[in-house]
Design a protein around this ligand. Structure first.
Ligand SMILES: *Cc1c(COP(=O)(O)O)cnc(C)c1O
Length: 395
């Protein structure tokens, strides 16, 4: 068999303002091109320690067990759940979007007794609702919540929930895929037990690793489980032996280049500082939302619970949202996201994550949208949207 050899790789250059991946710093791309060393090389073990220490800082935790799972954010989600759940265990999952739905799916596949806590997409769960669900469910193994629901733009409050779960003998599992590095993730202050993320959102690293941190309490539960974890690849007990200082037993080959990339992206996060980074995400989201409001795009998520890293807005009536998104991509080289599930065709999702969260990007996407909405007859006077964003910057 012969195959025609395609031309050398040369994809278009896009501005990534969708739900991920986000823009990646050239520093991270250069780190990925660093020559490989073996994943058991003593020099690599030093690099792993550095990554672990920086992940602890990003997660705001002292948990010794803080690592990067091989695979994307969903691998982190699966690892978090399949290690904790044994068949028959009751797990309460907050379902208010795509990622809560995915967690619920994994609980079912793991043989857990799934208790779904539901609110309409775009809304969040009150502490009272969670407490009632825990009290009603009897013996609960874990409560699983999505901190930043990328499909709706809603931010779930996690404060105080660790204590609430522990008072009822349950673990708290939190998805921080679209929050880590963009808004405060305070694992120890929350009292959260298993928290995972992904690299390609607010950490601005290519997709491929899932940062994960496990509290000593959760580690005991995982170690005490009867029967093996049903996933060999994501078995945290075995993976722990690779990451544990002094052990470093072979389990699977670490994706070396991705670890290099994560190391550099974490250096960038910590150089900027967590607080300034969060403030930057808030500022640019505020400017973007002001500009989108001037275009007639109302926010989708519950007021007071809107994510700065993922700005989800309703598409003005009479607009073919997919056509606008396509033109944004093909004419302006800007990627944004559309709606999923019940929000399909109804919303746009503009990600301002990590490197993507910048004034020039806000102005670029707003002015391109003005052009396209003028063409669709929705905007009479282009400029109002950019002006609204600039007012936020001037203030
Ligand atoms: C993106 C995302 C995931 C899944 O991550 P993948 O990298 O696509 O596997 C999980 N949870 C949330 C909240 C996400 O935004």
């Amino acid at each position: 068999m012969t195959a025609p050899i395609p031309a050398e790789l040369n994809p278009p250059q896009r501005l990534l303002l969708g739900p991920g991946p986000s823009m990646v710093s050239p520093r991270v791309l250069r780190a990925m091109a660093t020559p490989l060393i073996g994943h058991l090389d003593p020099a690599f073990l030093v690099i792993m320690n550095e990554v672990q220490a920086m992940l602890r800082a990003a997660f705001q935790t002292q948990n010794p067990f803080t690592i990067a799972i091989s695979g994307t954010g969903s691998a982190g989600m699966e690892a978090a759940l399949v290690n904790v759940i044994q068949p028959g265990d009751t797990v309460i999952v907050g379902v208010n979007g795509v990622f809560g739905t995915r967690m619920a799916d994994i609980v079912g596949r793991s043989g857990g007794n799934l208790v779904k806590l539901e609110v309409p997409w775009g809304q969040t769960f009150t502490r009272t609702a969670i407490e009632e669900a825990v009290k009603k469910a009897g013996k609960v193994k874990a409560v699983a919540l999505v901190h930043a629901e990328t499909s709706t733009g809603a931010q779930q409050s996690i404060e105080d929930l660790g204590q609430l779960c522990h008072d009822h003998g349950a673990l708290l599992v939190v998805d921080t895929v679209t929050s880590l590095g963009g808004i405060p993730v305070t694992v120890d202050a929350w009292g959260a037990d298993v928290v995972y993320s992904g690299t390609q959102k607010c950490l601005s690293c290519p997709p491929g690793l899932a940062p994960l941190t496990v509290s000593p309490r959760a580690l005991e539960v995982i170690k005490a489980r009867k029967g093996k974890c049903p996933s060999w690849y994501l078995d945290l007990g075995m993976i722990a032996d690779y990451w544990a200082e002094g052990k470093r037993a072979y389990h699977h080959t670490a994706p070396i280049s991705m670890v290099y990339a994560l190391r550099e992206s974490l250096r960038i996060v910590l150089e900027e500082g967590l607080e300034p980074r969060f403030a930057r995400h808030r500022l640019h989201a505020k400017a973007l939302m002001a500009g989108l409001a001037a275009l007639g795009c109302a926010p989708n998520a519950q007021e007071g619970h809107r994510l700065p890293s993922l700005n989800c807005v309703q598409v003005p009536s009479g607009i073919d949202e997919a056509a606008v998104r396509r033109a944004l991509l093909l004419e302006f080289n800007i990627e944004i996201g559309g709606g999923l599930g019940p929000l399909a065709g109804k919303v746009w999702r503009v990600g301002l994550m990590g490197e993507s969260s910048r004034q020039d990007n806000v102005v670029a996407v707003l002015s391109a949208l003005e052009v396209l909405l003028k063409r669709a007859g929705k905007v009479q006077r282009p400029g109002a949207s950019v002006a609204a964003a600039l007012e936020v910057y001037a203030a």
